[in-house]
Design a protein around this ligand. Sequence first.
Ligand code: UD1
Ligand code: UDP
Length: 377
Amino acid sequence: MMTSAIVSAMTLLHVTGARPNFPKAAPVIARLAELGVSQRLVHTGQHYDDRLSEVFFRELNLPRPDVNLGVGSGSHAQQTAALLIGLEAEILATRPDLVIVYGDVNSTMAAAIVAAKLGVPVAHVEAGLRSFDMSMPEEVNRKVTDALSDLLFVTSPDAIAHLADEGIPSERIHFVGNPMIDSLLSHRDRLDSAAARARLALPEDYLVATLHRPGNVDDPETAAELVAVVHGAAALADIVLPLHPRGRAILEALGIGDHPRVHVVEPLGYLDFMSLVSGALAVITDSGGVQEETTVLGVPCLTLRPNTERPVTITHGTNRLVTTRSIVAELAAEVAARRARSDRTAAPTVVPPLWDGQAGARIATVLVDWLDDRSAR
Ligand code: UD1
Ligand code: UDP
């Protein structure tokens, strides 16, 4: 595909800022670069620890951000306000032809608001996901971002239906697959669970857990239940817990690491994390992305949440929703079944439609065509 001279003269601005943005943006940026499109990458600075940010730039072949707005942490209002101010200055100064936002974090919503108010078109990658749980900050971010977007790239058919229900015109919606899975598939050959396991001194049989949702880790009572769950899981197998900073203080104060088979570690780099997940007996999580990655890797995923905005990982994957009451029994059954299989590998899985590693290429093609059409009008 050739990019026209008019589109070549345009600039697309990608807004990223938090850990889940980076594996989604990487394949889109790479495919647009192959088409010769001029791009600018903003890092808002929402996440700033090396393990939540820099490591992804090193491992996912992301270009260096052109600017880091350094917004940092704060309450939702404080952080969103800093994002709005920083992003407005950036967009006014650089006048991009299109702003591309990813997922459902505060940086995503803030960029959509600023661009819409400055009359710059917005493309949302991973549009239309809905948990129908407005107590999740991400649900607010998803709805606001989608309402303001001119191009909505969806990862699964249920998302198309949600957007239609909200009155989004169908011509704005593009079912392209999942760029998070492009990143996973393009790095799959580099995943080495034995090496990652050895680095952490884990035995052959182990579990992986990630927990960071406010609904799980902010309230001390719920956090205490999580500690009991992790210790219950450790009775079945060693469990490695790369702990997100959000819950670290409370979970550590509640003694999450006080068990010989619980390995609490810093958040892991992408390759180490995906390597460990690929070789795990099962995964316990409340992450969005991890539900998708385990589906593609065929690793059982027990999601400690009352709902998911990613139901395709249940219907077409290895995911299931569990409660703090049900999880240890369900995990015991899963671990026993896995240990009983002679080859010990993960069960084969039917992956959701279009989760084939080509989402970034589809998005790049739609974007270039759309900009071409727009410039012709
Ligand atoms: C954010 C996203 C969430 C996503 C998660 C991925 C929002 C509303 N939430 O949640 O959807 O699943 O990222 O990881 O955008 N902190 C550090 N170092 C950092 C960043 C944060 O220590 O580099 C600590 C700070 O104490 C901060 C807290 O983590 O207050 C929460 O950070 P924040 O970016 O507000 O939200 P997350 O919980 O990370
Ligand atoms: N991840 C990682 N190291 C970790 C935990 C997660 O590299 O220790 C990656 C993994 O690819 C995951 C992504 O970061 O899908 C986003 O994770 P997170 O759970 O922070 O965000 P969510 O998807 O819940 O918004």
